[in-house]
Ligand binder design. Structure first.
Ligand SMILES: NC(=O)c1ccc[n+]([C@@H]2O[C@H](COP(=O)([O-])OP(=O)(O)OC[C@H]3O[C@@H](n4cnc5c(N)ncnc54)[C@H](O)[C@@H]3O)[C@@H](O)[C@H]2O)c1
Length: 384
């Protein structure tokens, strides 16, 4: 994380192209407080300065065992070298199984004696660590300041951005949580140097989602870029992150809870989350929402809402990236339907679906007949 080469993105400015090295900072306002996103390569010194000069009494780093082994020592040294506050490190087992209220409670009980109201929580890890640490931060003292150091593409381009902090119920994804925004997010793309190709694919599923739901130009650019995965240049990584987060950041100030203008970010998530829960996280978030997008596009076509071009584009992009287009063996329609009925996105008339009408446009619907959902799900069962 040494040798900083910071890229800064300003919300609303012209799009950076892969050849454009002058990226800038992004920011949004959460309940009157500014929250920044800094995208750069080698941000360890900046993180350490932020923590050392922020007036924090102590700092608790929440990470997972895998990320701690890969990147923990360097962050620990950076914070100490900058003369930062006393550190406490808390590590969870990697993976979705850790994203539960009992694990959050264990963490809170352990760090409580160390923490004070003027201390800082730092999350270092992927989306699981970010959601877990964000929930801990929301609950501790009814809201403790925190920053994210996301280490997966998924987390840098999506999950670390915004105020939604949640952990899973046994039967529903992200069912327990709160809205609590980080002070800032340091997207250090050097963390991605150690990311396996499967995790790149997972994260890029969110880029495809944003492109298909709201950015037709980005969708066209992805068609050319995705075949290079994971051998992207730094400029391409800046571009992919910036384009994926930009629509979200532009909407967060007005729609912090992502329930109106930012609802398009839920494309593929009704079915996707049901797949994740039905498999207890064995299907990764990225693979699950990819399948969710394809299945919901098929459902949308049957309902006369979605145009065939949406399905064809999704299919092409997932195929280029090597993301699944059939449900995994052993997973049937009934398991997904059972999970869907517990969706944390349901209203009185049933689960809420976001359908792409055309590439770049979405609508929200609920009250879809279970028989039709079952029929479409069955078409995606492996071996059918
Ligand atoms: N709005 C939101 O809050 C939001 C949005 C999208 C996703 N999510 C959540 O994010 C989670 C998925 O996040 P994820 O895909 O980052 O998964 P993850 O956090 O489980 O990380 C995947 C794996 O990569 C490892 N890893 C992390 N950084 C690494 C690095 N730099 N090098 C090598 N390995 C590394 C982790 O240890 C883990 O084994 C899901 O729980 C999903 O619900 C939340």
């Amino acid at each position: 994380m040494s040798n900083p080469r910071t890229a800064q993105l300003v919300s609303g400015e012209r799009l950076p192209s892969p050849a454009d090295r002058s990226c800038r900072d992004l920011e949004y306002v959460s309940r009157g407080v500014r929250s920044f996103i800094r995208i750069g390569a080698g941000l360890g010194g900046e993180v350490a300065d932020f923590v050392a000069n922020g007036g924090f009494y102590r700092a608790c780093v929440i990470t997972d065992d895998h990320v701690a082994r890969l990147h923990g020592a360097e962050l620990r040294a950076c914070l100490a070298d900058a003369g930062g506050p006393e550190q406490y490190w808390y590590s969870i087992a990697p993976g979705e199984d850790s994203k539960t209220l009992p694990r959050v409670y264990e963490c809170l009980e352990e760090i409580l004696p160390f923490m004070t109201r003027d201390s800082l929580i730092i999350t270092l890890g992927g989306g699981v660590v970010g959601n877990f640490g964000g929930t801990v931060s929301a609950l501790l003292f009814r809201g403790c300041p925190f920053i994210h150091l996301p280490t997966t593409f998924m987390a840098q381009a999506d999950s670390a951005i915004g105020a939604k902090q949640a952990v899973n119920a046994t039967r529903a994804k992200n069912a327990y949580g709160a809205f609590h925004a980080p002070l800032g997010v340091f997207d250090d793309i050097r963390f991605l140097d150690t990311l396996p190709v499967g995790e790149w694919r997972n994260g890029l599923a969110e880029s495809i989602k944003v492109a298909v739901a709201s950015q037709p130009l980005f969708a066209a650019q992805l068609s050319h870029l995705l075949c290079r995965c994971p051998r992207f240049t730094d400029d391409e990584i800046y571009f992919l992150i910036a384009e994926t987060v930009r629509p979200k950041v532009n909407g967060l100030t007005a729609d912090l809870e992502e329930r109106s203008a930012l609802m398009f970010l839920e494309l593929g998530h009704a079915i996707g989350h049901a797949i994740e829960r039905a498999t207890q996280g064995k299907v990764s978030h990225g693979a699950a929402i990819s399948l969710g997008m394809l299945i919901e596009a098929t459902l949308g076509i049957r309902l006369g809402i979605t145009c065939a071009a949406v399905h064809d584009l999704l299919s092409e992009l997932f195929s280029t990236l090597g993301l699944p287009r059939r449900l995994p063996r052993g997973l049937g329609a009934e398991q997904i339907l059972a999970s869907l009925t517990c969706s944390s996105r349901r209203v009185a008339s049933g689960p809420v679906f976001v359908f792409a009408t055309t590439v770049g446009n979405t609508v929200t619907h609920s009250g879809i007949a279970t028989a039709l959902i079952r029929e479409v799900l069955t078409e995606f069962v492996a071996g059918v």
